[in-house]
Design a protein around this ligand. Structure first.
Ligand code: PGA
Length: 257
């Protein structure tokens, strides 16, 4: 088990998926910003990964404030004849700081393989976005004792050639597929074990600075289980789906960090 020497400030990142309308998001964000500025102690950095359509409006409200914004995907291309695609530079231009890459829902429903995830990771860093790289095993893979191998192989595939420029240039989220949106959560011990494995792999690849990359847990994290997960030495925050749609829940998770 590796514990990073200088523990990173926690990152609580909300993945809204395909929820809420842009017109609803403004009021929601105002509530969040008011609550964050009223609370004396924000132990965690907060980011919201929202649909493309929501970014310009939300960025106007969030500009210069304590809540960062990001997208849930990006094109692997920088520009060109790619109907329906959105580039990293476009996302930066409307105020995104982060982008999720390789979420299991993209891998499953949009057939994203390691090569595409690798190209998207490169595109994100070229555009100056911090990628939140998602890795995680299926139930079958865990039952077969393959969880560690699967995650390490996803990590290797994604990071090959990655232009690492320090701990702030990358975030990795361990998201066991069977825990996403199911209400099932990895035990804190299992999540810690996998996050430690990821941290060791990052250290092998990038040295000491690699061990300082923020490693998040995602998969049905909610106020009732966040404190136990976030207390683990190698879990530096959470990637939160369902519970990030509610201001109070998101703040409770951030408060538990
Ligand atoms: P969940 O989603 O918190 O709803 O399980 C997590 C995710 O998909 O990032």
């Amino acid at each position: 088990m590796t514990v990073s020497a200088t523990r990173a400030r926690a990152l609580v990142a909300g993945n809204w998926k395909m929820h809420k309308l842009p017109s609803e998001a403004a009021a929601w964000l105002r509530d969040l910003l008011a609550a964050v500025s009223a609370s004396e102690d924000t132990a965690a950095d907060i980011a919201l990964l929202v649909p493309y359509t929501h970014l310009p409006g939300m960025a106007k409200l969030a500009f210069g404030g304590p809540v960062a914004l990001g997208a849930q995907d990006l094109s692997s291309h920088t520009e060109g004849a790619y109907t329906g695609e959105v580039s990293g530079a476009m996302l930066r231009d409307v105020g995104a700081a982060y982008v999720i890459v390789g979420h299991s829902e993209r891998r499953a429903y949009h057939h994203e393989d390691d090569a595409l995830v690798n190209a998207k990771l490169a595109a994100a860093s070229t555009a100056g976005l911090v990628p939140i790289l998602c890795v995680g095993e299926s139930r079958e893979q865990r039952d077969a004792g393959e969880a560690g191998n699967v995650v390490l192989s996803q990590l290797t595939g994604a990071l090959d050639g990655f232009a690492f420029t320090g701990p702030g240039s990358l975030v990795v989220a361990y998201e066991p597929v069977w825990a996403i949106g199911t209400g099932l959560t990895a035990t804190a011990a299992d999540a810690q074990e996998m996050c430690a494995l990821i941290r060791q792999a990052l250290e092998r690849r990038f040295g000491q600075e690699g061990s300082e990359v923020r490693v998040l847990y995602g998969g049905s994290m909610k106020p009732s289980n966040a404190a136990e997960l976030l207390a683990k030495p190698d879990i530096d925050g959470g990637l939160i789906g369902g519970a990030s749609l509610d201001v109070a829940d998101l703040l409770a998770i951030a408060g538990a960090a």
